[in-house]
Design a protein around this ligand. Structure first.
Ligand code: LMR
Length: 358
């Protein structure tokens, strides 16, 4: 009898081993709308590899690119319902959630350079914005970059007057709506996955995006003109379902967090090059005439677009807009200080010293 019990226990012990080893992995479904060979697509795959390797397979990341699972608006709802756990929507797509302050990033010509942008994302403004998501059941993990947007259409876009009456596809942002109206265009909100067909069929005449998005969706094949205008910015917030995040085992959360920090560094490193390469590829494809907006053109666009900042002060928050201006000024001051030649510094110092009494 004792022997029989021992045998059963022995057998159970063996059976228990594969059971313990085969515990189901935690699955993070990461849905996004762009192609895998874009800055966001590559970073999502990079994050997947880091997480799976570092957790020894205890966390599995399933990446669904190209709106395979959900389109723009649907994916936000899916995240809140827990049908997917992670997204990286562009910062222009948070308005419909009721957090309009994210449209700060859409204000035309607000970031004079990437240094200003990163300081905004990684500083108090970025924290404040992520704080606004918590009550929506969402946690913000990181800001990813794509780059400055360029305008495209089937007619050359050089002067402000060239936009008159053009139907321009925009993301779901009221700032972008105002931007296109200020230029004299007719803005039309549309999901990213529908833009290529809409351009092809003439439902819209033009669009704006960083070149990496234009090229990987083949939009250049249906756009005869591209203007390198850098008039606005497009970046992402990587977000998770808050309940899912809070319920992650305490030993795994820091590992996933570190993988996200590493993926973010990687993403920001490749963003510019991906866009430069895409521009080169558009040039080589030979279907689109590329026009680099010269300084006088930029000044004309700037003059027409800048009033949009003031128009949205109440919606976005005057403090946030002023905060960006302050950071931009700080960056510019540092840049100027760094470009003063050591000889000039010595001269300035000597000038500042009171002359010795003879
Ligand atoms: C767009 O809709 O144009 C972009 O937000 C797509 C993206 O995610 O880069």
């Amino acid at each position: 009898m004792i022997l029989k019990r021992a045998l059963i226990l022995f057998t159970l012990a063996w059976l228990a081993v594969p059971f313990a080893q085969a515990a189901d992995p935690i699955v993070i479904k990461f849905s996004h709308v762009v192609a895998p060979n874009t800055p966001k697509g590559k970073a999502a795959d990079y994050f997947k590899n880091l997480v799976e390797e570092r957790t020894g397979g205890r966390v599995k990341v399933e990446v669904y690119p190209n709106s395979q699972l959900y389109k723009d608006r649907e994916e936000m709802e899916a995240l809140q319902l827990g049908a997917v756990q992670m997204l990286a929507p562009s910062l222009s797509k948070f308005g419909p959630l009721g957090v309009r302050s994210f449209e700060l990033f859409d204000l035309p010509y607000i970031f004079p350079n990437k240094e200003t942008l990163y300081r905004v994302m990684d500083g108090d403004i970025g924290k404040q914005l992520f704080g606004m998501l918590e009550s929506k059941g969402i946690k913000g993990l990181a800001f990813w970059d794509n780059g400055f947007k360029q305008m495209s259409a089937n007619r050359p876009l050089r002067k402000v007057g060239d936009f008159q009456g053009l139907k321009m596809r925009i993301q779901s942002s009221k700032v972008l709506d105002a931007q296109m109206k200020a230029l004299g265009a007719l803005p039309q909100v549309m999901a990213f996955s529908e833009v290529y067909t809409a351009l092809q069929q003439g439902v819209v005449d033009g669009t704006e995006n960083p070149v990496s998005n234009l090229y990987t969706q083949k939009m250049h094949e249906v756009q005869k003109h591209l203007t390198i205008s850098d008039h606005g910015y497009l970046g992402y917030a990587v977000i998770v379902n808050k309940k899912f995040w809070d319920d992650l085992p305490a030993d795994l959360r820091p590992v996933v967090e570190k993988a996200m920090a590493d993926a973010t560094r990687y993403e920001r490193e490749i963003a510019q090059k991906e866009n430069d390469d895409a521009l080169e590829a558009v040039r080589k494809a030979g279907k689109t005439e590329i026009y680099v907006l010269p300084l006088e053109g930029r000044l004309e666009w700037h003059k027409v677009l800048l009033p949009v900042h003031k128009q949205f002060e109440d919606v976005i928050g005057k403090d946030l807009i002023q905060g960006v201006y302050g950071i931009a000024a700080e960056v510019e001051k540092e840049r100027l200080a760094a470009t003063v030649k050591p000889r000039d510094k010595a001269k300035a110092k000597a000038k500042a010293k009171p002359a010795k009494a003879q």
